[in-house]
Design a protein around this ligand. Structure first.
Ligand SMILES: [Zn+2]
Length: 297
Protein backbone atom coordinates (compact mmCIF):
# COMPACT_ATOMS: atom_id res chain seq x y z
CA UNK A 1 0.00 0.00 0.00
CA UNK A 2 1.26 3.49 -0.70
CA UNK A 3 2.26 5.26 2.49
CA UNK A 4 2.75 8.92 3.35
CA UNK A 5 5.79 9.50 1.08
CA UNK A 6 4.10 7.88 -1.94
CA UNK A 7 0.84 9.84 -1.53
CA UNK A 8 2.87 13.01 -0.93
CA UNK A 9 4.65 12.30 -4.25
CA UNK A 10 1.23 11.98 -5.91
CA UNK A 11 0.10 15.21 -4.25
CA UNK A 12 3.08 17.28 -5.33
CA UNK A 13 3.06 15.84 -8.85
CA UNK A 14 -0.62 16.60 -9.35
CA UNK A 15 -0.60 19.96 -7.54
CA UNK A 16 1.78 21.45 -10.08
CA UNK A 17 -0.42 20.32 -12.97
CA UNK A 18 -4.10 20.44 -11.94
CA UNK A 19 -4.17 23.32 -9.44
CA UNK A 20 -6.51 26.00 -10.87
CA UNK A 21 -8.20 23.68 -13.41
CA UNK A 22 -11.98 23.35 -13.48
CA UNK A 23 -13.68 19.95 -13.25
CA UNK A 24 -16.03 20.10 -16.24
CA UNK A 25 -17.43 16.55 -16.05
CA UNK A 26 -17.08 13.28 -14.14
CA UNK A 27 -17.67 9.85 -15.59
CA UNK A 28 -18.14 7.18 -12.93
CA UNK A 29 -17.48 3.80 -14.50
CA UNK A 30 -17.76 1.97 -11.19
CA UNK A 31 -20.27 3.32 -8.70
CA UNK A 32 -18.74 1.17 -5.90
CA UNK A 33 -15.66 3.30 -5.41
CA UNK A 34 -17.63 6.56 -5.18
CA UNK A 35 -19.02 7.38 -1.76
CA UNK A 36 -21.32 10.24 -2.72
CA UNK A 37 -24.70 10.78 -4.34
CA UNK A 38 -25.34 11.81 -7.94
CA UNK A 39 -26.60 15.11 -6.53
CA UNK A 40 -23.31 15.70 -4.72
CA UNK A 41 -21.35 15.13 -7.93
CA UNK A 42 -23.58 17.52 -9.84
CA UNK A 43 -23.81 20.30 -7.27
CA UNK A 44 -20.61 20.07 -5.24
CA UNK A 45 -17.98 18.81 -7.69
CA UNK A 46 -18.78 19.40 -11.36
CA UNK A 47 -18.07 22.94 -12.57
CA UNK A 48 -15.87 23.57 -9.51
CA UNK A 49 -12.26 24.68 -9.68
CA UNK A 50 -9.47 22.71 -8.00
CA UNK A 51 -8.01 25.41 -5.75
CA UNK A 52 -5.22 23.24 -4.32
CA UNK A 53 -4.20 19.61 -3.75
CA UNK A 54 -3.67 18.47 -0.17
CA UNK A 55 -2.99 15.26 1.73
CA UNK A 56 -3.89 13.84 5.13
CA UNK A 57 -2.24 10.54 6.04
CA UNK A 58 -2.59 8.34 2.96
CA UNK A 59 -5.56 10.30 1.55
CA UNK A 60 -5.30 12.83 -1.28
CA UNK A 61 -7.56 15.91 -1.01
CA UNK A 62 -8.67 18.04 -3.97
CA UNK A 63 -9.93 21.32 -2.48
CA UNK A 64 -12.73 22.81 -4.58
CA UNK A 65 -14.03 26.30 -5.20
CA UNK A 66 -17.46 26.88 -6.72
CA UNK A 67 -18.38 29.90 -8.82
CA UNK A 68 -20.79 31.00 -6.07
CA UNK A 69 -18.31 30.61 -3.23
CA UNK A 70 -16.14 33.61 -4.11
CA UNK A 71 -12.55 33.31 -2.96
CA UNK A 72 -13.30 30.67 -0.30
CA UNK A 73 -13.30 26.92 -0.78
CA UNK A 74 -16.73 25.31 -1.03
CA UNK A 75 -15.83 21.67 -0.58
CA UNK A 76 -13.34 18.93 -1.34
CA UNK A 77 -12.98 15.56 -2.97
CA UNK A 78 -11.12 12.82 -1.10
CA UNK A 79 -9.20 10.08 -2.95
CA UNK A 80 -7.83 7.09 -1.02
CA UNK A 81 -5.81 4.90 -3.45
CA UNK A 82 -5.47 2.05 -0.92
CA UNK A 83 -3.64 -0.98 -2.43
CA UNK A 84 -3.87 -0.60 -6.20
CA UNK A 85 -5.15 2.90 -6.97
CA UNK A 86 -3.49 4.85 -9.79
CA UNK A 87 -3.92 8.43 -10.96
CA UNK A 88 -3.01 9.15 -14.57
CA UNK A 89 -3.23 12.68 -15.97
CA UNK A 90 -3.39 13.25 -19.72
CA UNK A 91 -3.44 16.60 -21.48
CA UNK A 92 -4.19 16.78 -25.21
CA UNK A 93 -4.12 12.98 -25.19
CA UNK A 94 -0.56 12.63 -23.87
CA UNK A 95 0.25 11.27 -20.39
CA UNK A 96 1.86 14.04 -18.36
CA UNK A 97 1.80 12.40 -14.92
CA UNK A 98 1.20 8.90 -13.61
CA UNK A 99 1.43 7.81 -10.00
CA UNK A 100 0.31 4.89 -7.91
CA UNK A 101 0.43 1.14 -8.13
CA UNK A 102 2.44 0.33 -11.28
CA UNK A 103 1.11 -1.84 -14.07
CA UNK A 104 2.47 -2.21 -17.62
CA UNK A 105 -0.66 -0.52 -18.95
CA UNK A 106 -0.18 2.54 -16.76
CA UNK A 107 1.50 4.66 -19.39
CA UNK A 108 -0.48 3.31 -22.33
CA UNK A 109 -3.85 4.40 -23.62
CA UNK A 110 -6.45 5.54 -21.13
CA UNK A 111 -9.06 4.54 -20.14
CA UNK A 112 -8.43 0.84 -19.62
CA UNK A 113 -10.32 -2.05 -18.01
CA UNK A 114 -9.33 -0.91 -14.48
CA UNK A 115 -10.47 2.72 -14.96
CA UNK A 116 -13.12 3.49 -12.32
CA UNK A 117 -13.56 7.23 -12.77
CA UNK A 118 -12.61 9.89 -15.32
CA UNK A 119 -12.45 13.60 -14.43
CA UNK A 120 -12.43 16.08 -17.28
CA UNK A 121 -10.27 19.03 -16.25
CA UNK A 122 -10.26 22.32 -18.13
CA UNK A 123 -10.42 22.21 -21.90
CA UNK A 124 -7.75 19.58 -22.56
CA UNK A 125 -6.89 17.37 -19.55
CA UNK A 126 -8.34 14.20 -18.06
CA UNK A 127 -7.55 12.59 -14.73
CA UNK A 128 -8.10 8.82 -14.70
CA UNK A 129 -8.57 6.89 -11.47
CA UNK A 130 -7.67 3.23 -12.08
CA UNK A 131 -7.94 0.54 -9.40
CA UNK A 132 -7.58 -3.14 -10.32
CA UNK A 133 -8.60 -4.49 -6.90
CA UNK A 134 -11.16 -1.76 -6.16
CA UNK A 135 -10.26 -1.25 -2.48
CA UNK A 136 -9.78 2.49 -2.97
CA UNK A 137 -12.48 5.11 -2.61
CA UNK A 138 -13.41 8.61 -3.73
CA UNK A 139 -15.93 10.79 -1.93
CA UNK A 140 -16.94 14.43 -1.63
CA UNK A 141 -16.46 16.24 1.67
CA UNK A 142 -16.78 19.76 3.06
CA UNK A 143 -14.29 22.63 2.81
CA UNK A 144 -12.55 21.53 6.04
CA UNK A 145 -12.51 17.73 5.58
CA UNK A 146 -9.72 17.10 8.12
CA UNK A 147 -12.18 18.18 10.80
CA UNK A 148 -15.52 17.07 9.35
CA UNK A 149 -14.93 13.88 7.35
CA UNK A 150 -15.44 10.87 9.66
CA UNK A 151 -12.35 9.05 8.33
CA UNK A 152 -9.97 12.02 8.30
CA UNK A 153 -11.20 13.39 11.64
CA UNK A 154 -10.11 10.18 13.42
CA UNK A 155 -6.54 10.20 12.09
CA UNK A 156 -3.66 10.79 14.48
CA UNK A 157 -1.11 13.59 13.97
CA UNK A 158 0.78 14.04 10.72
CA UNK A 159 4.25 12.66 11.54
CA UNK A 160 6.06 15.54 9.80
CA UNK A 161 3.95 18.26 11.45
CA UNK A 162 4.68 20.13 14.68
CA UNK A 163 1.87 18.42 16.62
CA UNK A 164 3.67 15.08 16.31
CA UNK A 165 6.05 15.29 19.27
CA UNK A 166 7.91 12.72 21.39
CA UNK A 167 5.19 13.37 23.99
CA UNK A 168 2.32 12.64 21.59
CA UNK A 169 4.07 9.44 20.48
CA UNK A 170 4.52 8.37 24.12
CA UNK A 171 0.81 9.02 24.74
CA UNK A 172 -0.18 6.91 21.71
CA UNK A 173 2.08 4.07 22.90
CA UNK A 174 0.63 4.31 26.43
CA UNK A 175 -2.93 3.94 25.08
CA UNK A 176 -2.10 0.43 23.80
CA UNK A 177 0.48 -0.77 26.35
CA UNK A 178 0.29 -4.48 25.49
CA UNK A 179 0.14 -4.07 21.69
CA UNK A 180 3.37 -4.59 19.73
CA UNK A 181 4.98 -1.21 19.11
CA UNK A 182 4.75 -1.88 15.35
CA UNK A 183 0.95 -2.27 15.63
CA UNK A 184 0.71 1.19 17.19
CA UNK A 185 2.78 2.72 14.36
CA UNK A 186 0.43 1.10 11.82
CA UNK A 187 -2.67 2.37 13.70
CA UNK A 188 -3.71 5.44 11.68
CA UNK A 189 -5.49 6.93 14.71
CA UNK A 190 -2.18 6.93 16.64
CA UNK A 191 -0.08 8.52 13.88
CA UNK A 192 -1.18 9.02 10.27
CA UNK A 193 0.46 7.80 7.08
CA UNK A 194 2.85 5.07 8.28
CA UNK A 195 2.52 1.60 6.74
CA UNK A 196 4.54 -1.60 6.71
CA UNK A 197 7.69 -0.35 4.98
CA UNK A 198 8.28 2.81 6.98
CA UNK A 199 7.27 1.17 10.28
CA UNK A 200 10.00 -1.47 9.81
CA UNK A 201 12.58 1.07 8.67
CA UNK A 202 11.82 3.43 11.59
CA UNK A 203 12.00 0.64 14.20
CA UNK A 204 15.31 -0.56 12.76
CA UNK A 205 16.74 2.94 12.84
CA UNK A 206 15.61 3.34 16.47
CA UNK A 207 17.00 -0.15 17.31
CA UNK A 208 13.66 -1.30 18.75
CA UNK A 209 12.23 -4.80 18.19
CA UNK A 210 8.81 -4.44 16.43
CA UNK A 211 7.13 -7.00 18.73
CA UNK A 212 8.02 -5.27 22.00
CA UNK A 213 4.97 -4.13 23.99
CA UNK A 214 4.32 -0.45 23.28
CA UNK A 215 3.97 0.32 26.98
CA UNK A 216 7.43 -1.06 27.73
CA UNK A 217 9.43 1.53 25.80
CA UNK A 218 11.56 3.93 27.84
CA UNK A 219 11.35 7.70 27.31
CA UNK A 220 14.74 7.52 25.58
CA UNK A 221 13.50 4.84 23.20
CA UNK A 222 10.35 6.80 22.37
CA UNK A 223 12.51 9.85 21.68
CA UNK A 224 14.71 7.76 19.36
CA UNK A 225 11.66 6.30 17.59
CA UNK A 226 10.13 9.75 17.10
CA UNK A 227 13.34 11.05 15.54
CA UNK A 228 13.71 7.90 13.39
CA UNK A 229 10.15 8.21 11.99
CA UNK A 230 10.73 11.82 10.96
CA UNK A 231 14.17 11.16 9.47
CA UNK A 232 12.96 8.14 7.48
CA UNK A 233 9.82 9.86 6.17
CA UNK A 234 11.70 13.05 5.23
CA UNK A 235 14.27 11.02 3.31
CA UNK A 236 11.54 9.01 1.56
CA UNK A 237 9.56 12.12 0.57
CA UNK A 238 12.81 13.58 -0.77
CA UNK A 239 13.35 10.46 -2.89
CA UNK A 240 9.82 10.50 -4.32
CA UNK A 241 8.78 7.53 -2.21
CA UNK A 242 9.49 3.93 -3.08
CA UNK A 243 9.46 4.05 -6.86
CA UNK A 244 10.66 0.44 -7.18
CA UNK A 245 8.32 -2.46 -7.77
CA UNK A 246 5.12 -1.53 -6.02
CA UNK A 247 4.94 2.20 -6.60
CA UNK A 248 6.08 4.40 -9.42
CA UNK A 249 6.21 8.10 -10.10
CA UNK A 250 7.24 10.03 -13.13
CA UNK A 251 10.90 9.60 -12.21
CA UNK A 252 10.80 6.05 -13.48
CA UNK A 253 14.13 4.30 -13.35
CA UNK A 254 15.15 6.21 -10.25
CA UNK A 255 15.75 3.84 -7.34
CA UNK A 256 13.52 5.93 -5.07
CA UNK A 257 13.68 5.12 -1.39
CA UNK A 258 14.49 1.43 -1.97
CA UNK A 259 18.16 2.24 -2.43
CA UNK A 260 18.22 3.60 1.13
CA UNK A 261 16.17 0.84 2.82
CA UNK A 262 17.96 -1.01 5.62
CA UNK A 263 15.57 -3.89 6.28
CA UNK A 264 12.74 -3.77 3.76
CA UNK A 265 13.15 -6.59 1.18
CA UNK A 266 16.64 -7.31 2.59
CA UNK A 267 16.00 -10.60 4.39
CA UNK A 268 19.15 -12.76 4.39
CA UNK A 269 21.38 -9.80 3.54
CA UNK A 270 23.80 -8.47 6.19
CA UNK A 271 22.67 -5.71 8.54
CA UNK A 272 24.55 -2.56 7.51
CA UNK A 273 25.44 -1.88 11.17
CA UNK A 274 26.49 -5.30 12.50
CA UNK A 275 26.57 -7.81 9.62
CA UNK A 276 23.90 -10.13 11.09
CA UNK A 277 21.53 -11.39 8.36
CA UNK A 278 18.22 -9.50 8.25
CA UNK A 279 15.34 -11.75 9.34
CA UNK A 280 11.79 -11.83 8.01
CA UNK A 281 9.07 -12.67 10.52
CA UNK A 282 5.45 -11.77 11.30
CA UNK A 283 4.46 -9.05 13.77
CA UNK A 284 0.96 -7.58 14.16
CA UNK A 285 -0.15 -9.91 11.37
CA UNK A 286 2.23 -8.29 8.90
CA UNK A 287 5.45 -9.41 7.23
CA UNK A 288 8.22 -7.78 9.23
CA UNK A 289 11.94 -7.40 8.55
CA UNK A 290 14.41 -6.74 11.34
CA UNK A 291 17.99 -7.25 12.53
CA UNK A 292 17.87 -9.78 15.42
CA UNK A 293 21.12 -8.36 16.86
CA UNK A 294 20.40 -4.59 16.68
CA UNK A 295 16.72 -4.96 17.62
CA UNK A 296 16.54 -7.24 20.64
CA UNK A 297 13.40 -8.24 22.46
ZN1 LIG B 1 22.29 -5.30 13.05
Amino acid sequence: MPELPEVETLRSGLAARIGGLRITAIELRDRKIFGGTDGAIKHDVVDHQISRVGRRGKVLILFLRGSASGAGESGSLLIHPKMTGQLVLTCDGATVFAGGHPTPSMLRRMPNATTRAVFRLGPACRLYYNDSRRFGWIRPAGPDPCRTDPFLARLGPEPLDADFTPGSLLQALARHPRAPVKAVLLDQTAVAGIGNIYADESLYRARIHPARPAGGLSDAEALRLHAAIQEILRAAVGSGGTSFASYVNEARGRPGYLGQAHVFRRQGQPCQACGTPIVRTTVAGRATNLCPHCQQR
